[in-house]
Write a new protein. Structure first.
Lengths: 319, 350
């Protein structure tokens, strides 16, 4: 017992000497969460592989004679309609899904944090109005609006881009719309959470002190409030990421997302599903992309849950 | 002093009267609240319809671009005149809503049909059919698919969530939670093709495609419902574990109430509130999400029309479907709020 107390005292002393920050403690707690650690290692591996694979092999883009080849040593995941190596295609799809997910989540982050922080800081009538807007938007079928927006505005944006920059920018228009549309429908939760946090922080003494020193509203927001919201924001960013990736795959599956010859995990599943027939079963064209998407989403969910356990004070401690 | 307090304070009134008075007061307050909410729906639907109406018309191209023969300018002009697409936008919108007058054969007449009379107008792509016809044909199919998947999602999700909450921290919890996260990571368009290939073609247990008998329903309902079963079970687990830790459960345990009774009679009522909140959006999500499943299994619902008609610029159809989905979602949310008040007496409307 005395030994243990001594060790604890030593540890505390060390922590004080080395200045053990809340972030360090959070990391220590995160490290003990095995599913989250496995998930982050898997994600890191996937990201490195997806980025490095095009340097190693270009089979994913090359059309070959070997159509619909079953998985083998040469083609680990088999080949598709045009004889392209499915392993390379899946990695390329994962890369695009991750990029779209990241950018979409960042768009939602910017809108959500600005909206929530403004509402929380201004309070009163503005707060009421802004949060009512969020409530109304919550109750609308967002994905339907994304579908309508993408199918209708694509032509407009394409024409506008062509007149502004020249050259074929159809693909760019589609990508921009995907980013904007997906970000625009997934910021609502973020706004609610940030607003709650800001409202709580606003009443704290350090904010009062800053105000009495004559700091303006925006300076207070930027320098004192936002840094305190970062933890929660990161958690919900990680949880938004799989949601955006899911939306993107869904749209790509419907043919409204990434266009061939580029691939996303959703469009690969759609390609596989298009080849379903009762005579020959090309199971690898469905099982591998579907499995990859499921694995990616699971890893992101575990990571987000792990981060929430670490950062979110609402979660009870005995987990 | 409020009416309720006055009623509650009069001791000489029998209990029955007091309860009835409280119920009447509560009913009146919440009735006013819900009437206000319902009244709010009307301007909301108008705004949504206006946005959708403008949005589809901003897009380049029109509903008559993909005619079989390249239509001569005269034909196209006549077609546009027939469907009033040559009028200014505000007039078209008024005609769509059905409020206003037009000059016909020298005399003024009110618009016929329109949104206020529950008429979405003619489809521009499927000529001879009105949007109402198409919805009336497809909606029952989509609704029954959605309801079946709803039952599946709740039937699997709630027991799994409650079970993992009771066995929290033990291996049953870990296994169950793993499955519920797994389910959240396999949406319909991932699960569907896999199920078709495995259970439809490799080992032909279930028929694939079309909408015939009860056997045709099973695979689509499972495909659509699994994702939501996972979501429901996570919500149920969270709600139940919080309820099981609250003070009134400790009191019940101290009084020696059996564990079964604690779970079934006391904890469930509070623990399932998150699921109730989610069930409105869930039902709407199921109805919306069904278009992937309808596409996969060749089911004749309305989901197929949404994507097609917005690509084909079938203006009236898109606006009609957007309004339909929005109204369904808004009404469901309202219904959930009402049910919530019945389950949790602490909720006050106002």
């Amino acid at each position: 017992m005395a030994e243990a107390t001594h060790q604890l005292g030593q540890a505390l002393g060390q922590a004080q000497e080395t200045g053990e920050s809340p972030n360090r403690r959070a990391w220590l707690r995160f490290r003990d969460n095995r599913p989250a650690m496995v998930a982050s290692v898997f994600l890191l591996g996937l990201i490195v592989l997806a980025l490095a694979w095009p340097l190693v092999s270009s089979q994913g883009d090359v059309h070959s004679e070997a159509q619909f080849a079953a998985p083998s040593a040469g083609h680990w995941f088999g080949t598709d309609v045009h004889g392209r190596d499915l392993f390379g295609r899946v990695l390329a799809g994962a890369r695009i899904s991750l990029i779209v997910g990241l950018v979409g989540a960042l768009v939602s982050l910017v809108i959500g944090v600005l909206w929530g922080a403004t509402a929380g800081l201004l309070g009163g009538r503005w707060d009421n109005m802004m949060m009512r807007t969020v409530d109304v938007l919550y109750s609308l079928p967002s994905i339907i609006f994304v579908i309508v927006i993408i199918t209708t505005l694509e032509g407009v944006l394409q024409g506008w881009l062509q007149s502004a920059f020249g050259g074929g920018s159809g693909e760019t228009a589609r990508m921009l719309l995907l980013y904007a549309g997906l970000g625009a429908v997934s910021w609502l939760t973020m706004a609610r959470i940030v607003r709650g946090q800001v409202q709580a922080l606003r009443e704290r003494q350090f904010v009062e002190a800053a105000r009495s020193l004559g700091l303006g509203t925006w300076a207070i927001l930027w320098r004192h409030i936002l840094p305190n919201v970062v933890g929660v924001v990161i958690v919900y960013l990680t949880l938004t990421l799989p949601a955006v990736i899911l939306y993107e795959s869904f749209l790509s599956y419907l043919g409204l997302g990434i266009q061939p010859p580029r691939a996303s995990l959703g469009s690969l599943i759609a390609e596989g599903a298009a080849q379903i027939n009762p005579i020959r079963v090309y199971w690898w064209m469905i099982v591998y992309p579907a499995g990859s998407l499921a694995a990616l989403l699971m890893a992101l969910n575990f990571l987000g849950d792990g981060l929430r356990d670490v950062f979110d004070p609402k979660v009870d401690k005995d987990r | 002093m409020t009416l309720y307090a006055r009623l509650a304070k009069r001791p000489k009134w029998p209990l029955l009267y007091r309860v009835a008075g409280a119920c009447a007061w509560f009913g009146a307050v919440s009735l006013a609240y819900f009437l206000r909410r319902v009244a709010m729906l009307v301007p909301l639907v108008l705004v949504i319809s206006f946005l959708a109406f403008c949005l589809v018309r901003v897009a380049p191209g029109g509903p008559f671009d993909k005619e079989r023969a390249p239509a001569s300018p005269d034909i196209e002009r006549n077609l546009k005149a027939k469907y009033h697409l040559d009028e200014p936008l505000w007039q078209q919108y008024l005609r769509f809503v059905g409020v206003g007058f037009e000059k016909q054969d020298g005399e003024w007449r009110a618009f016929e049909g329109g949104l206020v009379r529950g008429d979405f107008g003619p489809s521009l792509k499927y000529r001879n059919h009105s949007v109402n016809d198409i919805i009336a044909q497809g909606l029952p199919v989509s609704l029954s698919l959605g309801l079946l998947s709803f039952c599946f999602a709740l039937g699997i999700g709630i027991p799994l969530g409650v079970w993992t909450a009771i066995r929290r921290g033990r291996w049953q919890d870990h296994v169950g939670s793993f499955f519920s996260i797994l389910a959240v990571c396999i949406p319909a368009f991932v699960l569907g093709p896999v199920l078709i290939v495995l259970l439809g073609i490799r080992w032909p247990v279930f028929p694939v495609g079309l909408w015939g008998g009860p056997w045709h329903v099973i695979l689509p309902a499972i495909t659509l419902g699994t994702y939501f079963a996972g979501k429901v079970s996570r919500l149920a687990r969270e709600g139940m574990s919080q309820a099981l830790q609250s003070d009134f459960i400790t009191t019940a345990r101290a009084k020696g109430v059996s564990e079964t009774a604690i779970v079934l009679r006391h904890a469930l009522r509070e623990g399932l509130l998150p699921v109730v909140t989610y069930s409105g959006p869930l039902l709407a999500d199921l109805l919306v999400g069904s278009f992937v499943v309808e596409n996969l299994f060749q089911i004749p619902g309305i989901g197929v029309f949404l994507v097609n008609s917005s690509i084909n610029r079938d203006y009236t159809m898109v606006v009609g479907l957007v309004i339909l989905y929005s109204v369904m979602l808004l009404t469901l949310n309202l219904a959930v709020d009402a049910v919530y008040g019945l389950l949790d007496k602490r909720v006050k409307y106002g």
